[in-house]
Design a protein around this ligand. Structure first.
Ligand SMILES: Nc1nc2c(c(=O)[nH]1)N[C@H]1C(S)=C(S)[C@@H](COP(=O)(O)O)O[C@H]1N2
Ligand SMILES: [Mo]
Length: 328
């Protein structure tokens, strides 16, 4: 029972075992609304497919959208990090506090996935991820990523400018901040059973930051749908800010009048704040931020102000230096 392969969400040749093909077909049926019809055909069949589903590779229904054209405006000063490193050395506390959560993150179901647009907007709405992807202008960008822990990577994200989502949401004049929230599902995310963390993970930007051209929502990585460990189906990328601002697995965009308290700020306010702009001259309370370990190269490199993106974003902060802790 072979299905003709013509779309990205279908399987690569190598993976097309009979089980995988069956699983594939089941997903197609579910996606087109024929799932119920299949259920009517026979419980045995369905039962068997469910049993096989555990081993079958999961097919991301957005795969046919990638690769997308590259926006060449954003350039790197170093080679792209090998994909195998960027997808296997991660921070995602929902799945554990070590760097090797990539396997555990596969437990996260990413379909169906509904995104809520809420707060100070003309019309609050919920939208299914694949409908949202269909509305957004997808492009690829090469960005540097600098973690507050002083390691860095350089990666190809696919996705859309956050401003496109803001335009879709039509915020009211009273909206001052955009607050983004990660899923909460302790059944699949063991870290979320650790009660001392303030789940769900929350991050925020000012409206000026959110509509800056660099603010990006990544939905793809290395020319494919973004892997779960990197924040599927959508995560923030704000490359002038430390990595912890790059909230993963977003389910909610809320436009707010008041500044949110983000996950790390709530947990360790002496060390992590709202702004988190990268500045080599402002050390972390426990280590220097002057240089960074470039993953994949056996190399330390000096960290640049705003991670090298000052020309795009430094102007956002004029006049705030005195009153705000911009660099933690
Ligand atoms: N929901 C959530 N988002 C998160 C984190 C997290 O623990 N939970 N970690 C952050 C940190 S500290 C970093 S450095 C980046 C890492 O992204 P990457 O694993 O895709 O490189 O994700 C950020 N987004
Ligand atoms: Mo980080």
């Amino acid at each position: 029972m072979l299905i003709k392969r013509k779309r990205g969400w279908e399987l690569p040749e190598s993976a097309a075992t009979p089980e995988a093909v069956f699983w594939n077909r089941r997903q197609v049926l579910a996606a087109t609304g024929f799932g119920l019809a299949l259920a009517g055909v026979g419980g045995t069949l369905l039962g068997r497919s469910a049993a096989l589903a555990d081993d079958a590779p999961e097919i991301d229904p957005s795969a046919s959208r990638y690769p997308v054209p590259q926006n060449t405006k954003y350039t790197l000063d170093r080679p792209i990090t090998p994909e195998d490193i960027a997808t296997k050395y991660n921070n995602y506390y929902e799945f554990g506090s070590n760097k090797t959560i990539w396997k555990d993150a596969q437990e996260l179901p990413i379909r169906p996935w509904t995104v809520e647009i809420a707060g100070q907007v003309e019309q609050p709405m919920t939208i299914a991820i694949d409908d949202l992807l269909g509305k957004m202008p997808l492009e690829e960008r090469l960005y540097r990523h600098r973690c507050v822990e002083a390691w860095s990577i350089a990666v190809p994200y696919s996705g859309f400018p956050l401003k496109a989502l803001v335009d879709l949401a039509r915020p009211l004049g009273s909206a001052k901040y955009l607050v983004m929230t990660t899923f909460k599902n302790p059944d699949v995310a063991p870290g979320q059973r650790q009660f001392w963390y303030p789940w769900p993970y929350v991050e925020g930007l000012t409206m000026a930051e959110a509509t800056n051209e660099l603010a990006f929502i990544a939905t793809g990585y290395y020319g494919k749908p973004i892997p779960k460990q990197n924040g599927a189906p959508l995560r923030l990328a704000v490359p002038w800010k430390y990595g912890f601002k790059h909230v993963k697995g977003i389910v909610r965009f809320s436009f707010e009048e008041n500044r949110p308290k983000s996950f790390w700020e709530e947990l360790v306010p002496e060390e992590y704040g709202f702004w988190a702009n990268i500045n080599p001259e402002v050390p972390h309370r426990r280590w220097s931020q002057a240089s960074e370990r470039v993953l994949g190269l056996d190399e330390m490199r000096p960290t640049l102000p705003y991670n090298g993106y000052a020309e795009f974003v430094a102007g956002l902060y004029t006049g705030l230096e005195e009153s705000e802790k911009l660099f933690m």
